[in-house]
Design a binder for this molecule. Structure first.
Ligand SMILES: [Mn+2]
Length: 231
């Protein structure tokens, strides 16, 4: 398992993993009166660059490829298929582990892209993380999940929130969980040293004070229990 330097992307053997792209979030911002041009193409280019650099055979999108629920915006009807078709030129297989924002995503995926609730390979389990983990995924050695958009509040000259990798053991099983930061830059999400994480696996089963926190540049900044005390 390898973090891609400075990117919210993870390589597990020949599988590249990214999460929480939230393509189409601009429509929600528009409804709130904030006009932001679509960032989908920029995210596509950024992911393409990582794919070209790491040459994975497969791509797992760990949920929340799209954003708007319960309705799918016109922007998403257009952009989600285009995004996936474009990516099919660079990888042999695309698997989406469905997130809570992926509503009717099955209607938007081109042939050859699979949509599943979880994916298990070689004792590693992948799922979005908004639901309770299945027994199958809990019996793996390592779980890769998303959903909480993990970040950390750093106190410098002025405080700022940075996306972060989280590696955390489960309390009652010999299993380590890796939490993938959101691919969308605008969603910094949950600063874990000042807020509680999202999803049953992290809130109920993980030993969060023992969680090890890394920034995207790979620097290890400590255990969450210690980082909480500093804030
Ligand atoms: Mn989610």
């Amino acid at each position: 398992m390898k973090f891609i330097p400075k990117k919210p992307a993870l390589l597990v053997d020949d599988i590249l993993v990214v999460a929480d792209l939230h393509n189409g979030i601009e429509y929600e911002l528009h409804k709130k009166g904030v006009e932001v041009p679509s960032q989908t193409q920029a995210k596509f280019e950024s992911l393409k660059e990582i794919v070209e650099q790491t040459k994975p055979k497969r791509l797992i999108i760990l949920g929340d490829l799209k954003h708007n629920i319960p309705i799918t915006s016109r922007q998403e009807y257009h952009e989600v298929p285009e995004f996936l078709e474009g990516m099919q030129s660079y990888v042999d297989e695309i698997i989406i582990t469905k997130g809570n924002h992926d509503g009717a995503i099955e209607k938007l995926v081109p042939p050859g892209v699979s949509v599943v609730s979880e994916f298990i390979e070689k004792k590693t389990g992948f799922f979005h993380g908004h639901t309770s983990p299945s027994d199958e995924i809990l019996s793996t050695k390592s779980i890769v999940k998303a959903h909480t958009h993990p970040s950390i509040l750093l106190k410098d000259i002025r405080p700022y929130i940075q996306p972060a990798w989280v590696e955390v053991p489960l309390k009652e099983r010999k299993c380590r969980v890796t939490v993938v930061p959101a691919f969308d830059d605008n969603i910094r999400g949950i600063a874990l040293n000042i807020s509680e994480p999202l999803g049953p696996l992290l809130t109920k089963m993980a030993d969060m004070p023992e969680a090890e926190i890394y920034l995207l540049d790979g620097s290890y900044i400590g255990k969450l229990g210690e980082l909480k005390e500093e804030v």
